[in-house]
Ligand binder design. Structure first.
Ligand code: SDX
Length: 434
């Protein structure tokens, strides 16, 4: 895999006659990259980019984001078209394999996923090791990581068949693990997956059904859930995907890598933001309190941020947020919720923020997390399950990116360097002399 040569960038070290031409590599769309792989060998210097805001960590063909224009493409297809016309399992096939499936390919892929949704019976007891009030993301980290203890037959990442079966197992089992984490928290019996139900429908069934009576999933809510999963499926080299790639670059098995991704997603700056948005709206409480809250956000000493706003890449409206907002209306309408105070508050907050120079000048717009919590709360999910849902969806993206990395002949162990500013070498001082 390599980009197209697109000229070079010449750099020179002041005070020396040392110069170097860095090859410029162009992708199919988006900014070219300066290839610095020989920089240290030529000029004895590193580049410095904490947070990797200006650094391409890899080459990928999976997802493209244009942050200035608010564009998101999965394998070249706009997120708006996929959210409107494709099912999540169709999007999963696309992200994993690079092309939209035909009817036969889709049916076979769907059947393969459906026939891996069950967990080993021994794993049921694994949940009992957690307190009932454990955060479900802690359960997800633990149980997904534990899957590697059950599949010794498919942990050779150099074997394409092992990579494929691991992908199916992870995509198929994370909804079961997520639903069982919820059932364990509320003290209800686990509901086994049903192979006659589609992916999102099966997940809502396992979340909401009880053994005592039949349960029919509302098709409008199933469609909304399916679309929410599509919106969260992948997003280029975000923090959790980069975590999965870094873990995978050591040769760790895919279950351990996805568990690392789940842990990284948990943070409020990343996937934990949907839970943080609901907490923020609860703290604001009423539209009349918005000006005070915005005042706190503008006060640098307050450390208060407008959660669900801003993005490292999007300096325009996150296209997923627009679709999420529309889905919010659909779900509230289907549930007969005429005026949801949380939605009213969120809409008022968004309007005020988008007219306030603090946010406009910093190009801070709503991101995918701003509306998702409102929908999920209306659908009956507890706030603690919001990031779990994000992890269920993102597992498809994580495993697609992991697979792409493992199959990239140029991939190497990830090992960043540093700018060292600690003490220079000094002699040990015996205890008696200190
Ligand atoms: C996700 O990477 C991905 O693709 C992630 C994701 C995915 O699908 O994987 O899209 C999912 O994680 C979405 C983001 C969810 N996080 C939040 O909603 C948390 C709130 N947002 C922020 O904390 C923040 O916007 C980040 C972390 C998302 C991005 O921050 P950056 O790029 O590091 O920007 P920054 O912190 O350098 O902020 C630039 C300026 C600063 O002000 P000044 O120093 O210029 O005065 O903008 C301010 C920041 O203080 N700012 C905010 C803000 N976000 C940035 N001020 C108030 N509220 C905010 N939300």
């Amino acid at each position: 895999m390599s980009g197209t040569a697109n000229g070079s960038v010449t750099i020179s070290l002041d005070g020396t006659n040392q110069t170097m031409k860095l090859p410029l590599l162009a992708g199919s769309i988006g900014p070219s990259v300066a290839d610095i792989r020989k920089l240290y060998g030529s000029l004895g210097i590193f580049t410095f980019d904490p947070g990797y805001g200006e650094t391409a960590s890899c080459e990928s063909k999976i997802t493209y984001i244009d942050g200035d224009e608010g564009v998101l493409l999965y394998r070249g297809y706009p997120i708006e078209a996929l959210a409107e016309h494709a099912s999540f399992i169709e999007v999963a096939y696309l992200l994993l394999n690079g092309e939209l499936p035909n009817a036969t390919e889709l049916s076979e892929f769907d059947m393969s996923v459906r026939h891996h949704t069950m967990l080993h019976e021994q794993l049921r007891r694994f949940f009992e090791g957690f307190r009932r009030d454990a955060h479900p993301m802690a359960v997800m980290c633990g149980v997904v990581g534990a899957l590697s203890a059950f599949y010794h037959d498919s942990l050779d990442i150099t074997n394409p068949e092992h990579r494929t079966i691991s992908a199916f197992r992870l995509i198929a089992k994370v909804p079961t693990i997520a639903a069982w984490a919820y059932k364990y928290a509320v003290g209800q019996p686990f509901m086994y997956p049903r192979n006659d139900l589609a992916y999102a429908e099966n997940f809502l069934y396992m979340m909401n059904a009880v053994p005592a009576e039949p349960y029919k999933v509302n098709p409008i809510l199933a469609r909304a859930m399916d679309r929410i999963l599509t919106l969260h499926a992948d997003h280029e080299q975000n923090a959790s995907t980069s975590t999965v790639r870094l873990a995978g670059s050591t040769g760790a098995n895919p279950f351990a890598c996805i568990a690392a991704g789940i842990a990284s997603l948990w943070g409020p700056a990343h996937g934990g933001a949907n839970e943080a948005v609901l907490k923020m709206l609860g703290e604001i409480g009423h539209v009349s309190a918005i000006p005070d809250f915005i005042g706190k956000v503008k006060d640098r000493n307050s450390n208060v941020r407008l959660m669900g706003f801003g993005h490292r890449v999007y300096k325009n409206y996150d296209p997923r947020a627009k679709i999420m907002q529309r889905t919010c209306y659909e779900v509230l309408d289907e549930l007969g919720i005429k005026d949801d105070p949380l939605l009213d508050l969120a809409m008022a907050l968004e309007k005020i923020a988008l007219e306030d120079d603090y946010f406009v000048s910093r190009k801070l717009y709503p991101n995918v997390d701003f509306y998702s919590g409102i929908i999920l709360k209306a659908m009956g999910f507890p706030t603690s399950m919001f990031t779990v849902l994000f992890a269920v969806a993102r597992t498809v993206g994580w495993i697609s990116q992991w697979k792409e990395m493992i199959e990239d002949p140029s991939q190497r162990l990830g090992r960043p360097r540093q700018l060292y500013t600690g003490p220079t070498q000094r002699n040990y001082v015996p205890l008696a002399a200190r």
